[in-house]
Design a protein around this ligand. Structure first.
Ligand code: IPD
Ligand code: CA
Ligand code: CA
Length: 257
């Protein structure tokens, strides 16, 4: 199945690159004031759905831009056609196509493809994580002050009352530095390959992180909600190389609710 995910991601990547060559003509709509969706997002999801249904007409499909296709199959595809639409619209390289495959509710394979970076992360359950043809593992940095973390601000985009700014203020002074790339899927893959030690964000969606969390787990990483459990996971996600997870959680816990 991993080969199919890779083929689908590459085909979707070609569509993204074709739109990127004509960004000035790109139709951009607004799901909310800062929540963009473009003709590229929609075309890529349509392509992925059509290709999946042609090969596996009985499989379920959950995608960001269309209604879920519910079936009786134990297989369900989880798609974010462009993760980092803001980056894409602004001509920046940090956007990705994220595709995960669930079997009986458990993710068994995932791919995050970054067409402009020319990087493809993938994983299959029990077979480890890969960047292109090479295996990848999380970093061995074990102290927050040696670490780089990434985050995002969907909370501000969605005007959530509880937002990420106090957590950023608490964590940033304790880090070597932080990054805000613009694609949660890529952030998780950068933790998986050791470029980052961790990532945290509020108000993500399952389709943002399904493939990235699978790749991170297969690379030896871990994730939880802000309390170290898996209850409110996508509302408040902390992912890391496992070595700095406890330190991150302690800092987050120090922020008044
Ligand atoms: C967004 C990106 C961004 C994150 C947002 C997500 P989208 O996905 O992953 O980095 O901060 O929370 O919604 O909307 O571009 O698919
Ligand atoms: Ca997304
Ligand atoms: Ca998206």
């Amino acid at each position: 199945m991993k080969e199919l995910l890779l083929d689908l991601a590459r085909g979707a990547g070609e569509i993204a690159l074709a739109h990127r060559r004509r960004l000035g003509e790109l139709v951009v709509d607004f799901k909310a004031e800062k929540d963009l969706v473009t003709a590229a997002d929609r075309e890529i999801e349509e392509f992925l759905r059509a290709e999946i249904q042609r090969r596996h007409p009985d499989h379920g499909i959950l995608g960001e831009e269309q209604a879920e296709r519910r079936t009786r199959s134990e297989y369900r595809w989880v798609i974010d056609p462009i993760d980092g639409t803001g980056s894409f619209v602004h001509g920046q390289p940090f956007y990705s196509i994220s595709i995960a495959l669930e079997k009986a509710g458990e993710i068994v394979a995932g791919v995050v493809h970054a067409p402009t970076l020319g990087e493809t992360f993938c994983a299959e359950k029990g077979a480890g994580a890969r960047l292109g043809g090479a295996g990848v593992r999380v970093s061995s940095r074990a102290r927050l002050k040696e670490s780089m973390l990434a985050t995002g601000f969907a909370c501000l985009r969605n005007n959530q009352p509880r937002n990420n700014l106090p957590y950023l203020a608490a964590l940033l002074p304790r880090l070597r530095d932080m990054r805000r790339y613009g694609s949660a899927a890529l952030d998780l893959c950068f933790v998986a390959c050791g470029r980052l030690e961790g990532f945290w964000e509020l108000n993500l969606n399952y389709f943002d992180v399904a493939a990235g969390l699978h790749i991170l787990a297969e690379a030896g990483g871990t994730h939880s909600d802000f309390r170290g459990a898996r209850a409110g996971l996508y509302g408040e996600l902390v992912a890391s190389n496992g070595l700095v997870q406890r330190e991150i959680l302690a800092v987050l816990a120090s922020v008044p609710a």
